[in-house]
Design a protein around this ligand. Structure first.
Ligand SMILES: [Zn+2]
Length: 312
């Protein structure tokens, strides 16, 4: 018989909680609201009320709860290190606080690891043993699964792909350095690169970021040039990841990764040209496949993995 996990998704812009059936990864019911002003206490009060309601309504046994948190987390101790968006989270023992109120084992991790685990368990990475997920949104981060286990690194800092230094003289990054992968390929970088090209070439063509990939595919010259330069930088970043981890698959998700199927293939071919010939045939990239439910599925997958490893 299948069972359920209580799933909590704490984001900077929205909160969500739901019940996830663990075998199929089906979200049975869920609540969602914009993240309230009022800091960590206000968010936690809403989540606890939802959690208690979901536990009372659950049609199946609830084995534990997972938390997918939008910020750095000490997952071993279940402590939130900080939130860039919401005040009051610094060094908060979230796992302990939830456990005392809900009387369930609790597992906590950050959202990049949550998305990686969700795609690995329920999405495009299912069936693989070694899998990398990259989120290209406002920033660029990811999660690493090696031999069926999430790799946190010795200090919980693994997967910071966004700050690979690709071009020492490149554009300024959010971290204060220059030419990081994030400063070249995440959402704000794409916007900047498109605007710079339009201005520099005094282009009569008006083009928004949302139109960039389809315009490039349709052969609009300026869109092709901008997309080609971005794909080249992406290929360098992906080559480093493939050479470092030798995964079966690298999945790309997030709003800045909506390339067409043929563009995805183009990026893969470029990346293959930057790795050793012996590595090249094993470099595979794909789009992430989970949609709006990935946050809750990530929370459930965080619990299931920590429970399996004896940490929840
Ligand atoms: Zn950086």
């Amino acid at each position: 018989m299948s069972n359920c996990v209580l799933a909590f998704d704490f984001g900077g812009t929205k909160l969500a909680a739901g019940l996830v059936e663990t075998k199929q990864g089906a979200v049975l019911c869920h609540y969602q609201e914009p993240t309230p002003r009022g800091g960590a206490d206000a968010s936690l009060a809403i989540m606890l009320a939802w959690g208690q309601r979901l536990l009372a309504e659950s049609p199946q046994a609830v084995v534990g709860a997972g938390v997918n948190f939008g910020g750095p987390v000490d997952s071993r101790r279940g402590i939130i290190l900080e939130s860039h968006h919401v005040a009051g989270w610094n060094n908060r023992p979230l796992a302990q606080e939830l456990e005392e109120k809900l009387h369930l084992p609790i597992a906590v991790d950050n959202d990049a690891n949550g998305q990686a685990l969700a795609e690995w368990r329920y999405g495009v990475g299912s069936g693989t043993r070694s899998f990398i997920f990259i989120n290209l949104g406002t920033g660029l981060g990811g999660g690493i699964i090696i031999d069926g286990h999430l790799w946190h690194g010795a200090h919980g800092l693994a997967g910071e792909f966004g700050h690979f230094p690709l071009h020492p003289d490149g554009p300024l990054c959010s971290c204060g350095r220059r030419g990081c992968f994030e400063a070249l390929c995440a959402g704000p970088a794409l916007q900047r690169r498109l605007e710079e090209a339009l201005t520099h070439e005094r282009s009569p063509v008006r083009l928004t970021l949302a139109e960039l990939w389809t315009a490039a595919e349709a052969g609009v010259p300026i869109a092709k040039r901008v997309a080609g330069a971005i794909f080249e930088d992406l290929a360098h970043g992906l080559a480093i990841i493939q050479l470092s981890f030798d995964p079966e698959l690298i999945a790309l998700g997030g709003g800045a990764a909506r390339y067409t199927a043929s563009q995805l293939h183009d990026i893969q071919q470029r990346a293959r040209s930057y790795v050793l010939p012996v590595v090249s045939p094993y470099l595979h990239i794909a789009h992430a496949t989970l949609g709006a439910e990935s946050g809750l599925l990530g929370a459930a997958a965080i619990f299931l993995n920590q429970a399996r490893d004896g940490h929840a």
